[in-house]
Every structure is written in structure tokens, then in C-alpha cells.
Design a protein around this ligand. Structure first.
Ligand SMILES: C[S@@+](CC[C@H](N)C(=O)[O-])C[C@H]1O[C@@H](n2cnc3c(N)ncnc32)[C@H](O)[C@@H]1O
Length: 400
């Protein structure tokens, strides 16, 4: 089994709107296309862990109806902007705004704002941070109200802020390149502003392509799918967080602080406590105190797995137990939303703590069966880069 980069986010980077922001938790459009190709009867899709909106955008491009849910408000915004249709007036407004924004950035301002990110100088050298602050100010002055045009300009801003940062996102950590000596600051500003204008033009180009299907995005907690507000679906295609202690907040922080979805570390921890598998800040101390309270995970040997991990670290034992308690709650609340004959597809990775391999795919299959789904099947799709026993799977099942 190979690592198959075409089945990861890397495949999306050159694919129009799919490549707008490079976020590692995103899965490949190829996975979604392949499932839909194999199930041409699909009509209405739900992705309850929609992240950057890959499922929704593929469905929209194929003319299918799709609802997306995510707990993270920044990702809800991003998925909405990626899957919306833009009229010619809105596209013209973006086009006209680009030179106006760039011209305004060149002024001197005393009232610059940048976000309260800890150690912000590690992320951006002070002259780049100042340029970002001027750019952010200028976008907001040019488009004072929330609008589709402003959304598209902010996508370009997000892309630049990460391209201009010193951060590199590895699997489990963020590393920072050493600060480099700056060119003459005004020369650098002109180069970077040129890059912003070019990025905005790329975003605009992809926004011109229309999305045929109707895609709706909601902020919701998939551990308790809202009962009345959503439709009934004949297909679920989704990739929940993996039990690997990776918090999405880690990679999303720079965007979320600049776009004011976060204003301090406490808020980040609170949000991650709502997320399945989240461990950021306060979420970790709450996991340490968490108790299962009678919830049994329907998988033979589950207690032994948790005990083996807990014998090395009680915190990690709790982490794995709570992860599956949340998955059980999610799948139980999902079942009534699926029509008879509807199919669900979970793209999921297994994990290993100390010497204990967690057969995540088998546990999902059993949880699906216990919730009432039938014919659970597991297909291994790729090897992951990290430890040698780690793979990615599609776990599927059907509602009778
Ligand atoms: C692996 S990512 C999904 C990536 C997505 N397939 C894509 O292509 O971008 C998992 C997502 O689940 C979301 N999530 C975690 N806990 C959640 C919860 N309780 N309810 C809804 N979404 C949640 C995270 O915010 C994250 O965006």
C-alpha cells in the first residue's frame, strides 16, 4: 500500500476554488468523486464534518444538493465562500476594488490593528506584519459592509498572510523559519502588494465558475445533529477528526485571529473542547477530568485498548475513550437523518499510542452497526506518511 499523495489535500491545490487555502486536514476531491461515480443514484449529500468544504464543492460542481456542518465558524465561512455563486456585479466589484485597496495600503497610518497572537513576530517579521495590518485596514475601508466581494478579497488576504509567514506546518507541529534580512522595506512592500493583486485575480478567476448544485453550510455540533432544521439524506461523505491529538485550531489560528474569529487562547480552547478529538489549551485539562459516565463503546475489547493506553498515560486513555464516546453520539444522532437505503462513507485513519494500535476503522464499523446501519465495509485506501502501521480507510454502511 502506497502513500498516494493524490488522495490528500495536495491534489486540490491546482483545482480552482479547492486550492484557495492550503489546509492539511482537507481530503482530496478525488475521494469524493470516486464515491459519487460509484453511486450515481446519489441525490442529496450531508457532510457533518465539512472542514474546508471539499465534499460540498464537489457535489455543487456535479449539480448535487449538499448540506455541510462544521463546529468551527471560520471553516463555516470558508466553505460558504467556496461554494457560493457570484453575480457579475459582485465579480466586477472585486475587480474594481483591487487597485483601490493596493493604492490605499501605500499610505501611512497611525491606527493599525493586528491580532493578539502570542509571539506574533515569530509568524511575521514586523514590516510584513505592518503591511498585513495596512492591507486588512484597506480591505475593510474599501468594503465596510459584509459582502460577497469582501469575502473573496479576504480569501486572497488569507492566502497571502500564510504565504508571507515564517510558519511551516508539519504533521504535528508548527515550525518557524529563522527571520530573514528584509529587502528595502518599500521594495518588499511593492513585491508583496503585487502578489496580493495577483492572488485576488486568481481567486476572482475561480469565483467566475458557477456552482450548479445548491450547497448550504451550517455551524453545528455533529455530536448532536440538529433534529428538525435539516433534511433527510441519501448519502453521507465525510472525514471526521482522527484520534491523533491533532487540533485543527493549530493550523487555523493565524486566519482565525486575523479575521476575528478568535481573540485569545481561552476562546481557542473552548472551541476545541466542542471539537471531537480537540486538545487545545483548556480542552486538555477537561479531558483529564472527563469520565465516561456509563457510555459503552460497542466494540469487543475496547476497554482493554483504553486500559493499555491509560497504563502509560491516563490522559491519553481518556482522550481515546472520549473520542469514541463522541463518535457514538454523532452516529446515533445521524441515523434518523438518513433515508432508507441511504449510504454513509467515513474517511478515517487509525492511530497508535505507545505500543497500542487503535483499530479506528473497525470501531467505526461496529458503532455504525450498533446504531442500526447494515453491511458495514472497510476499504484501505492509502498508507499515511507517519508511523508504519498507519493507514487511511473508507468505512461504509447502509441504512436498511
Ligand atoms: C478532517 S476535517 C474535515 C476535512 C474536510 N473533509 C475537508 O476536505 O476540508 C474534520 C472537521 O471536523 C470538524 N469538527 C470537529 N468536531 C466537530 C463537531 N463536534 N461538530 C462538527 N464538526 C466538527 C473540524 O472543525 C474539522 O473541520
Amino acid at each position: 500500500m502506497k502513500t498516494k499523495p493524490e488522495l490528500t489535500f495536495k491534489h486540490n491545490l491546482e483545482r480552482g476554488r479547492h486550492g484557495w487555502l492550503r489546509l492539511t486536514p482537507a481530503y482530496s476531491v478525488k475521494i469524493v468523486h470516486e464515491i459519487l461515480d460509484e453511486h450515481p443514484e446519489t441525490n442529496y449529500v450531508l457532510d457533518p464534518f465539512s472542514g474546508t468544504g471539499t465534499t460540498g464543492l464537489v457535489c455543487g460542481e456535479r449539480g448535487l444538493q449538499c448540506d455541510l456542518l462544521d463546529i468551527n465558524p471560520f471553516l463555516v465561512w470558508l466553505a460558504h465562500v467556496k461554494t457560493a455563486n457570484y453575480g457579475s456585479d459582485q465579480l466586477q466589484e472585486v475587480q474594481n476594488s483591487i487597485p483601490a485597496i493596493v493604492a490605499e495600503v501605500r499610505g501611512e497610518y497611525a491606527d493599525l490593528w493586528w491580532p493578539p497572537i502570542n509571539d506574533i513576530e515569530r509568524w511575521w517579521a514586523s514590516d510584513v506584519r505592518n503591511l498585513l495590518a495596512r492591507l486588512y485596514r484597506s480591505i475593510n475601508n474599501t468594503c465596510p459592509q459584509e459582502s460577497a466581494a469582501k469575502d473573496l478579497l479576504l480569501i486572497a488576504f488569507c492566502r497571502c498572510l500564510i504565504n508571507w509567514s515564517n510558519a511551516a506546518f508539519n504533521h504535528q507541529s508548527v515550525s518557524f523559519k529563522p527571520q530573514q534580512a528584509t529587502l528595502f522595506s518599500d521594495v518588499q512592500d511593492e513585491i508583496l502588494l503585487g502578489e496580493f493583486a495577483a492572488t485576488a485575480a486568481i481567486v476572482l478567476g475561480a469565483a467566475r465558475q458557477s456552482v450548479k448544485g445548491r450547497v448550504s453550510v451550517f455551524q453545528a455540533d455533529a455530536r448532536q445533529i440538529p433534529e428538525n432544521s435539516l433534511a433527510e439524506y441519501d448519502c453521507v461523505i465525510t472525514s471526521p477528526p482522527y484520534p491523533n491529538r491533532m487540533s485543527y485550531i493549530r493550523e487555523l489560528r493565524p486566519y482565525m485571529y486575523w479575521l476575528k474569529y478568535l481573540s485569545d487562547g481561552r476562546e481557542a480552547g473552548e472551541l476545541d473542547w466542542q471539537a471531537i478529538g480537540g486538545t487545545w489549551g483548556i480542552a486538555t485539562s477537561r479531558i483529564a477530568k472527563w469520565r465516561p459516565g456509563g457510555t459503552e463503546i460497542p466494540f469487543a475489547g475496547f476497554e482493554n485498548i483504553v486500559e493499555a493506553i491509560a497504563s502509560k498515560s491516563q490522559l491519553l486513555g481518556n482522550y481515546v475513550h472520549k473520542y469514541f464516546a463522541d463518535v457514538l453520539s454523532h452516529i446515533t444522532s445521524l441515523f434518523p437523518r438518513i433515508i432508507s437505503g441511504g449510504k454513509v462513507f467515513y474517511i478515517i485513519g487509525n492511530s497508535k499510542f505507545y505500543q497500542t494500535l487503535v483499530p479506528v476503522e473497525e470501531i467505526y464499523a461496529e458503532i455504525l452497526r450498533s446504531a442500526g446501519f447494515v453491511n458495514p465495509a472497510i476499504k484501505c485506501i492509502r498508507k499515511r506518511n507517519s508511523k508504519k502501521e498507519l493507514y487511511e480507510f473508507i468505512v461504509s454502511a447502509q441504512k436498511p
